[in-house]
Design a protein around this ligand. Sequence first.
Ligand code: ATP
Length: 509
Amino acid sequence: MGMQLARLVETSAALVATPARNAKIGLVAQLLTDAGPEDVALVAAYLSNVVPQRRLGVGWRSLSALPEPATERTLTVRDVDAAFEVLAAAAGAGSTSVRRTELAHLLSRATAPEQEYLRGLMLGGVRQGAQDGVMLAAIAKAAGVPLAAVQRAVMLAGYAAPVAEAALAGGTDALERIGLEVLRPLRPMLAGSAPEVIEAMTGDAERIIERKIDGIRLQAHKAGTEVRLFTRSLDEITDRLPEVVELVAALPADRIVLDGETVATRPDGRPEPFQVTGSRTASSADPDSLRSSTPLVTSFFDLLHLDGEDLLDHPLSERIARLDALVPEHARMTRIATDSPTEASAFFADQVAAGHEGVIVKDPSSPYAAGRRGSGWVKVKPRHTLDLVVLAVEWGSGRRRGTLSNIHLGARDSATGEFVMLGKTFKGMTDAMLAWQTERFQELETHRDSYTVYVRPEQVVEIAFDAIQKSSRYPGGMALRFARVLRYREDKSADQADTLDTVRAIRGW
Ligand SMILES: Nc1ncnc2c1ncn2[C@@H]1O[C@H](COP(=O)(O)OP(=O)(O)OP(=O)(O)O)[C@@H](O)[C@H]1O
């Protein structure tokens, strides 16, 4: 029969109501144990807000009017998975009526809380279930294996679900058998940050200083004639980027895993603003015409696997030497190697003058720390940016009448878990963004008054600003000066946004 969906929904709700991390880990570990080897992969996926089928083709419109809920709890997680299979297949085949019928059938078997839960799961982006760190610790606890073994396996497998299954079924031995697999995405390495190049150049050791491009992260896998491309959040975008597929297919090796960044570029070689790259890579319509209207330049900066050999634990200096031998220069990230802070700062200034975001200072002896943010890579950007969370939005006036315009920005106070407002902005928004946010924030609405819609603090937005000022208007005593929107971040959840401590560190007083 398998695990009841109701158990999962209850645990998810209990997690929201339980602040203590250890208690959360206990709840999740118990649920994974009860799910057993058969259902644990599905339970771990759903609890991580991951739908294994990835694209169900279900939008919020089709979920705006839910059918009458069931009074009895009959659904199992396997029922849900079976329905999702049908939805994903129908989405692939473009079959709207099959999708509508299946969705109605699934939801009519769900109780009211189950309907609400499934809605969040299908739409994504909703905070329910367990955070990554809690999930990993719970897998270790449920299976009685070391946390480090779970962390390593999840980095290489990309997701918690297959790791939970392996850990429960085969313990540490099974976890050790999980390795990098060509054509399966792994979690990308992340960078720490420093305010100045000089700070990133500690000691007088040599560093590799690379251009930092503001495009999208691209992990490229090749096995024989097959190429697959993945984003930072491990979504597959192979079909959208035919020119990158051709580039990777032509490389002179059989099995390759590369890490890089791709960016829309003007004819004069300067990068386009992020929105241009974002809309090109988000669109699956007619890749061939987009390819000529919005050309991309792809720059690879790391090589993780080559013809049967995993290179993750090899030093960066060796990985890039092998990258240079494999990938033509036009498809490699621009970089220098130096131990001189003066030279590094000059390179940084050149990159910024050429329209790039900054640099990443890399330690040539560092391994590729998949999924982790370490001292191996340190990013340095000139302008101030923060990833903040939208707390409320005001209706626009004049030309913006009828759209949700001025957003209220908050940073999380890690001491209390509450969001503290730092300012508002309606600058930097394109018409497309306004249309998108008008829908999005009504989905997240908790309540409203005559000119403001208050929302659940879930949507992350990247904000540029000139300075942080003292303010008596806002509860944190600080306000952003000249805040403007750079973009909405679909790849970050609210718990990954910048905290009040980061804001205080930038402020410097
Ligand atoms: N040369 C490079 N080496 C590594 N990453 C690069 C490089 N150039 C651009 N990047 C991009 O920079 C990102 C990291 O910095 P950035 O601050 O822009 O990202 P973020 O998403 O705001 O922060 P983070 O990814 O560290 O949470 C990488 O994920 C990658 O997409």
